[in-house]
Design a protein around this ligand. Structure first.
Ligand code: NAD
Length: 365
């Protein structure tokens, strides 16, 4: 299962689960199994230093349990960083349900899952993620109150995510061009679904020249007609003469192939995991003089929206909290320039620094 290279790796073979948790300091894992409903799930609580661990539930047909374990450990840690850098009093967690979301869903399965979430007594708060629908979450909610993003509550997070992305993009413009105005700037938005569509709205209102691509023709046509954005090909987008590239569809679009083609000086979009290899491509974009806005900082509007629901705060509060992404991104870029370190590393450091300092405040009860 693991290639043994050194003592640490030997430990991974002897203690595959605990050693994996120790690598990034995960607090707790809950393995869930129920033969009656077919539920097989893992809930990972990475950190509760800042508050209850919040993160969505993903349903996916993993090839094996180790793949599911790796995913839930990686995603829950990512939530800790996203919640921390966004200044929220939330820790990081995530859950994965192992199975085909097209054929294995039932009310009983999600209610059983809800009981497991409830057994953590609020230490973990769940929400929708890939493969999960609002109906599924309504079933989970029948067994636990520790669910957010339910129909009729905080609603679609995409407008807040798009607003935060737009504000962060403006901060990048301020750092790169000396002004945060996007008027006249050429911006290419890849993927004009929920977030991308709202983003195009913000950009055209400010007078940016917007180019769009999408695999779904009806979506492309409707956004193009509504906002006057210019349609470009799926691959053509990487070669455009543009100031800003905004990936709002897929991950890993910043890679060896695209970095050599991209002519923009800013990369700022809402998609998750944009850098194919963080260490390699995060440095490569910096070396090319581009500003890369770390995705988990830029797209935090979604989790800000969930936080508003947890705390009973208004949609206006969520929007104004997403405004703060401007300052956060500007700080990251300024530190990146002064320390000569890629932006994603600075963002990670800033998230860790907050956890460390607030952890000290919280210790003496
Ligand atoms: P969505 O599914 O509504 O939109 C994605 C769009 O991308 C779709 O229209 C799809 O047709 C298009 N697409 C897929 N492959 C493409 C390709 N190769 N080239 C061009 N377009 C392509 O999703 P969304 O909610 O808008 O989220 C977009 C991204 O932002 C995702 O990576 C998501 O994880 C991330 N994100 C979203 C939120 C949120 O609030 N919705 C929050 C945080 C992060």
């Amino acid at each position: 299962m693991f290639e043994v290279k050194n003592i640490e790796d030997t430990d991974l073979v002897k203690n595959p689960v605990i050693a994996q948790m120790s690598k990034h300091n995960h607090e707790q894992l809950l393995f869930c199994n129920d033969s009656e409903t077919g539920l097989k799930a893992i809930i990972a609580v990475h950190s509760t230093v800042l508050g209850p661990a919040l993160g969505g539930t993903r349903m996916w047909a993993y090839n094996n349990e180790m793949e599911a374990l790796n995913d839930v450990l990686r995603l829950s840690r990512g939530m800790t960083y996203k919640n921390s850098i966004s200044g929220l009093n939330l820790g990081g967690g995530k859950a994965v349900i192992i199975g085909d979301s097209r054929s294995m869903k039932s009310e009983a399965l999600f209610r059983r899952f809800g009981k497991f979430v409830n057994s953590l007594a609020g230490k973990y708060i769940t929400a929708e993620d890939v493969g999960i629908s609002p109906t599924d979450m309504t079933w989970v909610n029948m067994e636990t109150d520790h669910v957010v993003g339910l129909p009729g509550k905080s609603g679609d997070p995409s407008p807040v995510t798009a607003h935060g992305t737009y504000m962060g993009m403006k901060a990048c413009a301020k750092a790169q061009f000396g002004s945060d105005s996007l008027s006249g700037k050429k911006v290419a938005v890849q993927g004009v679904g929920h977030v991308g569509g709202y983003l195009v709205d913000f950009l055209t209102k400010e007078g940016a020249e917007v180019f769009i691509s999408d695999i779904h023709d009806p979506t492309l046509k409707s956004i193009s007609e509504k906002f006057g954005a210019k349609v470009v090909g799926l691959d053509e987008i990487y070669d455009l003469d543009m100031d800003i590239y905004a990936p709002c569809a897929l991950g890993a679009t910043i890679n060896d192939d695209t970095i050599s083609r991209l002519k923009c000086s800013i990369i700022a979009g809402a998609a998750n995991n944009q850098l194919k290899l963080e260490d390699v491509h995060g440095k490569a974009v910096m070396d090319k003089g581009m500003i890369y806005a770390p995705d988990f900082t830029l797209n935090a509007g979604g989790v800000i929206n969930c936080y508003a629901e947890v705390k009973g705060l208004s949609p206006e509060w969520a929007m104004s909290k997403a405004d703060e992404i401007y300052t956060t991104i500007l700080n990251i870029v300024n530190r990146s320039h002064s320390e000569g370190t890629p932006t994603y590393q600075i963002a990670n450091k800033m998230a860790e620094e907050r956890i460390e300092s607030i952890g000290k405040v919280k210790l003496p009860l």
